[in-house]
Design a protein around this ligand. Structure first.
Ligand code: CA
Length: 521
């Protein structure tokens, strides 16, 4: 005869089991591009491109208008996503780092709780992925055409365009690689629109008939700002004619690009073209041949050459995004067709923003708005009413605790972000953070010569401290200076603001345990 205590335990066990079976846990689909500027998503700005499929996520869900990253560079941003911890805590401060895959990540926690976890596409954390039931990732930056991916340790070359292939593999992973009743957490990490912006044949001609508007700060002279702004090496003017801008130079000695890999001086884009099939190469030449001819015919110089370079750059960049948008549509259609759409939280974002001509630049790294802010659109009908917008300071630091929260798992106390769930009903939440902390490290080694800096941003102000071989402060009043060209640090009327922000900076450094930057406010 079972005892009363045994009966009670059995009863408890079965009711817990029944409850678990009734509540279908939501799927998670996290789509992240590499270097996608917010202004190149039409949910934010319709000047440059239409992205109807990405926009749909926001229209049927929520658009975050003030989402930021904590360290605007590829690898570090990915480490923050997985751990919910700042770079100085997760150990991946810059792209020289190597991710410690033994540490706690949120996919590991989800997996232990029965989720099927899959990482597809760009990984860029140097060590092998851990915590995934299935992974199939690009090597380093990967390639746009006929990319090579590592599938659970096996290296395979795929024929086709990277953005299509990554989406195909992602759909296949949830279709064929999990048990039917398993909720899934799928990471779709695109290479696009990372440098060197090689669009697919079907998106090359999107802007043949028109030029894009010139950004107001394309010819910025960095007056009033610290040496950090003028000493960077990321000007569109210095881009490589072949590798970046796709000219088929008659003589490699005509190359004027600087920075980057030495081999680009002689090989230019040729190694990328040699990967192509005959049909891909034909389409490429059909588009870029006439561009090269026009360049030699018109021979732009001075200001005209700067504008020509900007147009070349932005058109290829947007062409890569057009393919991302198509593929987001394909993934949404698949989820809809399989009946999973409304039981899935879908996130669209980028690993950081990007300069697309602001201050005359490409690339990221700086705490200035174009690279600090990210597109962030979330569709989750269980919690988010369609058409919600949020001006809350959301961070990439928040993704890990958010996804655990959504899955009904309490985020571990050592994660430094906050769940975005409380913001989902209305876009607002009581007690939400009023300031965010940023820290960038990759200097003097690495690319683009952007000095080490940390800073604080509130809804209105941004205070930055550049340190290491410089000791310089910048303050921007974003309400009056959205383009960040007027450094008002040191101006009498901002004295009180600076004092407050420095205090806040110290508070944040203490809160996040970043107590040993090389210099202090
Ligand atoms: Ca990136």
């Amino acid at each position: 005869m079972p005892t009363v205590r045994q009966c009670t335990l059995l009863l408890l066990f079965f009711s817990a089991y029944a409850l678990h079976a009734q509540t279908k846990r939501p799927n998670i689909v996290y789509i992240m591009t590499d270097d996608h500027a917010r202004t190149a998503v039409s949910a934010y700005d319709t000047t440059l491109i239409r992205t109807p499929n990405i926009d749909r996520i926001g229209r049927e869900g929520m658009v975050f208008r003030n989402a930021c990253v904590t360290n605007a560079i590829c690898g570090p941003s990915r480490a923050v996503l997985l751990t919910g911890k700042y770079s100085h805590i997760n150990g991946f401060k810059d792209n020289r780092s190597s991710f410690d895959g033994a540490q706690q990540t949120f996919p590991k926690i989800l997996r232990a709780e029965g989720y099927f976890t899959a990482m597809i596409g760009k990984w860029h954390l140097a060590t092998e992925p851990t915590g995934f039931d299935y992974w199939n990732v690009l090597i380093g930056q990967g390639q746009y055409y006929n990319p090579v991916l590592i599938e659970m340790g096996d290296t395979l070359r795929h024929e086709g365009y990277a953005t299509d292939i990554i989406t195909d593999i992602a759909i296949d992973a949830i279709e064929n690689r999990r048990s039917d009743d398993q909720p899934f957490c799928l990471f779709v990490h695109h290479k696009a629109p990372h440098r060197n912006w090689m669009p697919d044949a079907k998106h090359m001609d999107l802007y043949n008939d028109r030029d894009l508007p010139i950004p107001p700060t394309l010819f910025d002279n960095y007056a009033g700002r610290s040496r950090a702004a003028s000493e960077q090496d990321m000007r569109i003017d210095d881009m490589w004619l072949s590798y970046d801008l796709k000219l088929n130079l008659r003589d490699p000695a005509e190359e004027t690009g600087t920075g980057g890999k030495k081999s680009w001086t002689t090989t230019g884009i040729e190694p990328d073209l040699q990967r192509m099939t005959a049909a891909q190469r034909q389409a490429w030449d059909a588009h870029y041949g006439p561009i090269t001819e026009a360049y030699y015919r018109d021979k732009p110089e001075g200001r005209d050459l700067s504008i020509w370079k900007y147009q070349r750059y932005i058109k290829d960049y947007l062409g890569c995004i057009a393919s991302v948008d198509d593929n987001v549509g394909r993934l949404l259609d698949y989820l809809e067709k399989t009946g999973e759409l409304n039981n899935t939280i879908i996130v669209y974002t980028s690993d950081q923003g990007f300069f697309i001509g602001e201050h005359g630049w490409y690339d990221k790294r700086f705490m200035y708005e174009p690279s600090l802010t990210i597109p962030l659109l979330i569709r989750y009908p269980a919690e988010i009413p369609a058409g919600t917008v949020s001006d809350a300071l959301a961070l990439n630091l928040d993704f890990a605790p958010t996804f655990l929260d959504v899955a009904g798992i309490k985020p571990p106390a050592d994660m430094q972000g906050a769940s975005l769930l409380p913001l989902m009903r209305t876009g607002k939440a009581k007690g939400w953070r009023k300031s965010m902390y940023y820290h960038y490290y990759e200097y003097p080694y690495g690319w683009h010569n952007v000095k080490k800096h940390y800073g604080v941003r509130t809804q209105r102000y941004k205070l930055i401290h550049f340190y290491n071989d410089i000791d310089a402060w910048e303050l921007y009043d974003l309400k009056h200076d959205a383009d960040e060209t007027h450094n008002v640090y040191g101006q009498r009327k901002y004295k009180r603001i600076v004092k407050k922000l420095k205090k806040e900076l110290l508070r944040l450094q203490t809160q996040y345990r970043d107590t040993n930057p090389e210099d202090k406010p």
